[in-house]
Ligand binder design. Sequence first.
Ligand code: XMP
Length: 191
Amino acid sequence: MLTRKKFPLHADLENVLVTEQAIRRRVKRLGADIAAAYGDSEITVIAIINGAILFTADLLREIPNPIRLDCIRIASYRNDTKSRSQPQLLQSLSLDIGGRHVLLIDDILDTAKTLSLVAKMIGKLNPASLRTCVLLDKRGRREVEFEADFVGFQIPDKFVVGYGLDFAERYRNLPCIGVLKSTLQNPPEWA
Ligand code: XMP
């Protein structure tokens, strides 16, 4: 019988904030809430990559509606845990979204600079409706007034990694979400 290999990256975590099981349960519930909100309508999902890749992949399999998927790439952080002053658009949409019901998905709502910027850009393209969904919400860190329509978990003001969230492109493959040890948050060899 195959046994599941342990993740050595776990050792880099101060503590686990959200377990793999809790994520699975919450994603199922979010999928049901989203399906209920949209009725039978088709949804045009826009995922902000890379952070929302894992969350989006799991969430979409819990939504039975017809779905079109597009991705947008925004740079919010460099290889450290401090926010850039202004998020940068690195890759734009390829689907038309005029007259469509759009669901914008991100991994985490922090200062809200990223989601508010992208929501503004999408709003200008005249969608029929625009809702937002985030896995994590650090409400205490807002710099821009913004709330998501669907939220997985409220979390404290800690830098977290795992389940799509990275530090210097590492840790995205951890199946849980955890707080990265502070001693690992600025290693010069990763910069
Ligand atoms: P803002 O501040 O614009 O940030 O709401 C959203 C983007 O910043 C990244 N982010 C994090 N990434 N751990 C991460 O790995 C964190 O604790 C964290 N907080 C913010 C993330 O890319 C998000 O899309």
